[in-house]
Write a protein that binds this ligand. Structure first.
Ligand code: F6R
Length: 240
């Protein structure tokens, strides 16, 4: 694993953006695996700015996102599809039909997981961007998830519900279930870019880099990926 430690969140985001710009320039029809959450916002802001100011085009780019809450759709401002449209897709020239997320409103969730797995089998991510949960989750693969899992329905861990409650009016409003890519779908990416900032991620980052490869800390599976880059700020790297 390549490890890059930057002083601040802004520098972490800049380094992530440089990797993304290099890929999109080299391969304007790349498949980008994307994440939601607070961590990649600085990266997405830079992609939008670069598109506006330098004309980097996303019209032939395709995207696949990691996850979505069950029961939330594009009309809900807490859904991940809403987040992605607001923070990235609607601010680039990417056609909407090129963007993919699991459908949290699907009537049959099992069938929706199968649809997403088929889609992923046909579009390998050239890069997969990841954040990390304070409990070491990646996407919504909570501790204990088998490394061989593909897209599945997950009951969110109590710690994830607490962490994500900051983005909802009340903790009770955080959906208890989500659809998530599995670790196998993530590991299928050609290249992985995992970002982490802030002291509350330091313990998980330590497990990711130095801990045993264990299903108890899902991100540790990335030690087995042949092309994984971790970019962290100093606070998240403080236990390395
Ligand atoms: C988001 C996702 C999650 C987040 C993680 C960190 O699509 O899959 O694994 O990356 O929970 O979230 P933030 O960045 O909000 O700290």
């Amino acid at each position: 694993m390549k490890i890059v430690i930057q002083k601040t969140y802004e520098e972490m985001s800049e380094a992530a953006f440089e990797m993304m710009r290099e890929l999109v320039t080299r391969n304007p029809a790349a498949v980008l695996g994307l994440a939601t959450g607070t961590t990649p916002l600085g990266l997405y802001e830079r992609m939008v700015k670069d598109h506006r100011e330098r004309g980097t085009s996303y019209k032939n780019i395709r995207t696949v996102n990691l996850d979505e809450y069950v029961g939330l759709g594009p009309e809900s401002d807490q859904s991940y599809i809403y987040f992605m449209r607001k923070n990235l897709f609607d601010r680039l020239d990417i056609p909407r039909e090129n963007t993919n997320l699991p459908n949290g409103l699907a009537e049959n969730l099992e069938r929706e997981c199968e649809r997403y797995n088929r889609l992923l089998a046909g579009m390998q991510q050239d890069i997969q961007v990841l954040g990390i949960g304070s409990n070491g989750h990646i996407a919504f693969n909570e501790p204990g998830t088998p490394f061989g899992a593909e897209t599945h329905v997950v009951a969110l861990a109590e710690s994830t519900i607490r962490d994500n409650a900051r983005l909802f009016a009340r903790e009770e409003d955080v959906p208890r279930k989500a659809l998530t890519m599995g670790l196998k779908n993530i590991m299928h990416a050609k290249q992985i870019l995992i970002l982490a900032n802030g002291a509350n991620k330091a313990h998980a980052v330590r497990g990711l880099v130095c801990g045993p490869v264990t299903e108890q800390l899902p991100a540790s599976v990335l030690q087995l990926h042949p092309d994984c880059t971790l970019i962290v700020d100093e606070a998240a790297a403080s236990l390395l």
